[in-house]
Write a protein that binds this ligand. Structure first.
Ligand SMILES: C[S@@+](CC[C@H](N)C(=O)[O-])C[C@H]1O[C@@H](n2cnc3c(N)ncnc32)[C@H](O)[C@@H]1O
Length: 215
């Protein structure tokens, strides 16, 4: 198997414009239009999403292998795996009845759920693209203008990454948003939940998990 590299960042610590960027996004409601393909995918799932059962989101689910694992971990919930890559979703495993996959843009989906007043019980962000170049701060979820909408989904947020700086910045952004119940650990597992977790473990990377209880 090809060894994967830990993302190299041009930053030596949290981005120097992290605080001002996050605070600006927390103050101003983001109004960019939602893509038609996300709206269509959301509409197809709306009835399922509106059920009384608690929801679990697997945001950036890739092939959906983690969605399957999470559906087994949360049998009383409905689990939705979301990814924008048709190619990855095309390699999905067979899913149990309490799981569905949709192809949508995450910032769209998070806002559509918020508009509908939907909250989640658990929100998994497993190995989001790290965007390690300083110039790409706003592509990281905590630096993106959608960050307040992500927080508004509430529930128990679980973020995993092999990029320590991403986790550190995310924790800082949460603290700027007034979220105090945040825990960061470095962890090991012999039962990887997703393909990227498996790949990083095989390459000997250190893995980090942030959990936050969102109001
Ligand atoms: C590094 S991969 C991790 C995949 C999976 N979570 C795992 O751990 O194996 C990041 C995933 O996020 C998806 N992604 C990135 N930006 C996205 C967006 N704006 N909307 C939906 N999916 C996105 C990519 O298509 C990719 O599948």
């Amino acid at each position: 198997m090809m060894q994967s590299r830990i993302p190299q960042s041009s930053q030596s610590g949290p981005h120097r414009r992290l605080d001002e960027t996050v605070l600006r996004h927390l103050r101003h409601h983001w109004r960019s239009p939602v893509h038609d393909y996300s709206r269509g995918a959301f509409a197809e799932l709306a009835e399922w999403i509106d059920s009384e059962r608690p929801l679990v989101l697997d945001s950036g689910c890739g092939t959906g292998a983690s969605t399957k694992a999470l559906a087994a971990r949360h049998p009383d919930c409905r689990v939705i795996g979301v990814d924008k890559s048709a190619a990855r979703l095309g390699r999905a495993p067979e899913l149990p009845d309490n799981a569905r996959l949709i192809r949508a843009d995450l910032p769209d989906l998070w806002r559509l759920m918020g508009e509908r007043g939907r909250r989640v019980a658990h929100h998994y962000l497993l190995y989001p693209n790290p965007w390690p170049k300083a110039v790409h701060l706003m592509r990281r979820w905590h630096g993106h203008p959608v960050f307040p909408d992500l927080l508004a989904l509430a529930g128990r947020l679980v973020l995993r990454s092999n990029h320590a700086l991403y986790i550190e910045e995310f924790a800082r952004a949460l603290s700027l948003a007034g979220v105090i119940d945040v825990k960061v650990v470095s962890f090991e597992t012999d039962d990887p939940v997703s393909p990227f977790e498996r790949k990083y473990l095989a390459s000997g990377h250190r893995l980090f998990q942030l959990t936050a209880e969102l109001e």
